[in-house]
Design a protein around this ligand. Structure first.
Ligand code: HH2
Length: 392
């Protein structure tokens, strides 16, 4: 007898193994989806919830480890579905049943598109977000696009290299950067947004924490707001996004750019970042923003030590599982210098590698300075992931 491990992406491997043995594709994929491995931490739990979970997990054939106020449950998606299904003979405590139900709902297929104020951006393959920093002091490209003509020429090159979105920012958020006042941020951003909307044709995003800047950029034709504070810095931001029907990137950060480095303390970085992003997402939805408008970003380099960024890339699945498209912005950041020994102006190969790592873990959008390098690397990752095994 032969035993062959179906390694790597378990559902895809399972689906091809079933298809190769005569099942039609739809049937094979549906059966295989239940085989996806899941591992969940549930906390806080009270005593009755912990006992009910242990009994339910044993019945459903799931591994369950518990401690004071927490449980870790591991197994397959199908078995987790069995645990969450209402059982009149042994009902789960209400809060626990609801939490599991909500998790299973969010686990459905990753969304294949992102709704902005003007269109729907397809995400069936990687989407590159080209960085157009209109700042004198950004850490890697400060001053390069300060004049609208330079920004336009840079954006044209990015479009030719395969960018799908252009992200215009007038404030450097690197630690220690001085914040421009609102009038200065508007003065930097608006002429560039207008020029890109008129000349380039790609969706334009504005990278800002100020609602007035976001609103003016949206009126000038931008269609996405990329807010590194996750809508927390300015109380009017959520309403501006809602009213315009804009796409929105909710990025994870703690504190402010000048305080964030001291807040890089985690016990389980991926779990904590996912939980904090889920709170931001819930607040956005409660303000009337539609789920289809929302993209989540773990905020590489924001309140994260180098090891946290690497752990987040490896365990990006925790963020992907929240059910929204995921963006990452590793471009030229310090943790890539720590991993490769390269200075900031030689980190584009490392950036492309980080993008591929994130793509393999489920990210769909990649915010980078060097669009051509990332596009080429991600074309390979897309081809690997889209490969159906040569007709198997
Ligand atoms: N990183 C930076 C700025 N904005 N937005 C998102 N969504 N994700 C990111 O990772 C992200 C971001 C910082 O990088 P950069 O714009 O290159 O530098 P600076 O802040 O110095 O302008």
């Amino acid at each position: 007898m032969r035993v062959t491990a179906l390694a790597g992406d378990v559902p895809a491997a399972l689906a091809s193994a079933l298809e190769a043995r005569g099942l039609d594709r739809l049937h094979a994929e549906a059966l295989a989806a239940g085989g996806a491995p899941v591992a969940l931490v549930l906390e806080p739990l009270d005593e009755p919830e912990t006992s009910a979970l242990m009994r339910g997990a044993a019945r459903a054939g799931l591994d369950c480890h518990t401690g004071e106020g927490w449980a870790v449950v591991a197994g397959t998606l199908a078995r987790l579905g069995g645990l969450a299904r209402p059982d009149p003979a042994a009902p789960l405590p209400e809060r626990l049943g609801l939490a599991l139900g909500r998790f299973l709902q969010g686990r459905q297929e990753a969304p294949q598109a992102w709704r902005t104020a003007r269109r729907s951006i397809p995400l069936d393959r990687s989407c590159i977000v080209g960085i157009v920093n209109v700042t004198p002091d950004s850490f890697s490209d400060g001053g390069r696009h300060l004049a609208p003509d330079d920004a336009l020429a840079g954006a044209q090159r990015m479009r030719e290299a395969g960018a799908g979105v252009l992200d215009v920012g007038g404030e450097s958020t690197r630690p220690g950067a001085e914040r421009p006042d609102e009038a200065e941020e508007l003065r930097r951003v608006l002429p560039v947004v207008r020029a890109l909307v008129a000349e380039i044709g790609l969706p334009v995003s504005v990278d800002t924490r100020r609602s007035r800047v976001a609103q003016a950029a949206l009126e000038a034709g931008a269609e996405i707001v990329n807010d590194v504070s996750g809508l927390a810095a300015d109380p009017r931001m959520a309403e501006v996004v809602r009213a315009a029907g804009a796409g929105v990137v909710l990025m994870h950060m703690r504190g402010e750019p000048h305080t964030m480095d001291g807040l890089a303390v985690y016990r389980d970085v991926a779990g904590e970042v996912a939980a904090e992003l889920a709170e931001r997402r819930d607040r956005a939805l409660a303000c009337g923003i539609a789920p289809e408008q929302v993209v989540l970003d773990p905020g590489l380099g924001f309140a994260k030590a180098p090891a946290h960024n690497l752990a987040l890339l490896d365990r990006l699945g925790a963020v992907v599982a929240l059910g929204h498209p995921v963006m990452v912005g590793p471009s030229r950041k310090r943790f890539l210098g720590a991993a490769t020994g390269q200075p900031v102006d030689r980190r584009d190969a490392a950036t492309a590698a980080a993008c591929v790592a994130a793509r393999m873990r489920g990210a769909r959008l990649f915010r980078v300075h060097d669009v051509a390098a990332a596009r080429e690397a991600l074309a390979v990752a897309d081809a690997v992931l889209g490969n159906d095994g040569g007709g198997a």
